[in-house]
Design a protein around this ligand. Structure first.
Ligand code: ZN
Length: 202
């Protein structure tokens, strides 16, 4: 990770990734029917699950689940190691420590989140909550972001199974931090004003 010297924002830099001209050609979203590692019965094709909702009695990393969370096999951030904050010439750097996980929202390849029943969406949100609560215990983690790319224009051109992604970051994004500080300042101001009112001062 590298700090943008102008904005002060931490940015995840890809060491080897390159942008190809083909990355900017969009074709219509077509649900691939080739082998998919996220479909039920293909559990062995993903890293071992870190969370799943399935009836008791069924074994982990096997079929029968309704939502399944696995580490990304090509993560942008890794859970191992220390932050190693350091200066390198012009830049402030730190290691890409964190977590990058895939929330597989359904065992079926032919359904998307907007087609789910309410109870199925509830299960997806339960999985989000369970992962956030678990990652909260890691002192290196400052913020957990959950996002979802759908369709070609969103970059979901390699995976057509319905998934969300989770990134646990070693920093709080600047926009989030600004909102938190503003909320705290507002609370302090109002709390102060209400205390003053109660004590008869103005
Ligand atoms: Zn699939």
């Amino acid at each position: 990770m590298r700090k943008d010297v102008f904005s002060g924002r931490w940015v995840i830099m890809a060491e080897a990734a390159t942008v190809r001209p083909s990355d900017f050609h969009f074709k219509k979203f077509v649900r691939e029917t080739t082998f998919c590692p996220f479909c039920e019965t293909n559990e062995a094709s993903t890293p071992a699950e870190v969370f799943a909702i399935r009836p008791s009695g069924l074994s982990a990393n096997g079929p029968g689940w309704s939502v399944r969370v696995v580490p990304n096999s090509d993560p942008r951030l890794r859970i191992e190691g220390e932050l190693g904050r350091r200066a390198e010439g012009f830049h402030d750097l730190m290691n890409g420590v964190g977590a990058h996980e895939i929330i597989v929202e359904t065992p079926r390849h032919d359904r998307s989140l907007h087609e789910f029943e309410i109870y199925e969406i509830c299960d997806v949100i339960r999985a989000y909550v369970a992962r956030i609560v678990d990652l909260e215990g890691d002192k290196r983690i400052r913020y957990v972001l959950i996002f979802k790319n759908h369709g070609e224009e969103a970059g979901a051109h390699t995976i057509t199974h319905s998934i969300s992604q989770l990134m646990a970051l070693p920093v709080t994004p600047r926009t989030v931090k600004t909102k938190l500080i503003t909320a705290r300042d507002y609370f302090a101001l109002k709390e102060h004003a209400s205390t003053a009112m109660c004590s008869g001062k103005n």
